[in-house]
Design a protein around this ligand. Structure first.
Ligand code: GNR
Ligand code: NI
Length: 191
């Protein structure tokens, strides 16, 4: 397992349309890619990652919304220095989607403030279908169909946009997108 470098705007590879994973590509190399994507996503940290964000133009997504575990005792915030703060334990719910296709997006929209590991530190509201049914394959190549809602529906649509070379800022007005990119430039200059 390895943490891979996450591509950031304006890397041209983020605009590439990703290729389907073919039947003979469901192998150990794919498993390693997915493992590395989880490690990279958890390290970032983020709730989703598309393969193209680590430079691999394949139709592979990982998502983990990592909800707070209401049954677990809160953990010490700092394991070493001991700042005394407690933080909730996050549940791991890893979800892998290979060759995902959205079949029937709802007409009803919902708005979430989105962010993207490839557009760091920029957040903006995006409207998307509130629910959608997605067909996909798992790591063994088995086919599934599932209806998603809430943040999960938003997240998979955000990730599927990456497979088409689309970023969440592409859903904003030109003015808002330019403002976002200017802000990112400023943040980078300050760093
Ligand atoms: O970590 C992420 N958070 C997020 C928040 C709202 C809507 C979508 C996302 S996905 C993002 C990680 C990422 O860039 N995935 O491509
Ligand atoms: Ni993203």
């Amino acid at each position: 397992m390895a943490i891979r470098e996450i591509l950031e705007v304006p890397d041209p590879r983020l605009k590439v349309v990703s290729e389907p994973v073919s039947e003979d590509e469901f192998n150990d190399e794919l498993k390693t890619l997915v493992e590395d994507m989880y490690e990279t996503m958890y390290d970032a940290p983020g709730i989703g990652l598309a393969a193209i964000q680590v430079g691999v133009p394949k139709r592979v997504l990982v998502i983990d919304l990592q909800p707070e575990d209401p049954d677990a005792e809160p953990e010490d915030c700092c394991s070493d220095s001991g700042c005394g703060e407690k933080r909730p334990v996050l549940k791991k719910e890893p979800r892998t989607f290979i060759n995902p296709v959205i079949v029937d997006p709802a007409e009803e929209l919902s708005t979430y403030q989105e962010g993207c590991l490839s557009v760091p530190e920029i957040y903006a509201d995006v409207d998307r279908p509130a629910t959608c049914t997605v067909k996909y394959q798992d790591l063994d190549g088995n086919h599934h169909e599932e209806t998603l809602e809430g943040l999960m529906a938003t997240c998979i649509q955000h990730e599927m946009d990456h497979l088409e070379g689309i970023l969440f800022i592409d859903h904003l007005s030109r003015l808002k997108r330019q403002m976002a990119l200017k802000k990112l430039k400023k943040i980078r200059q300050a760093a």
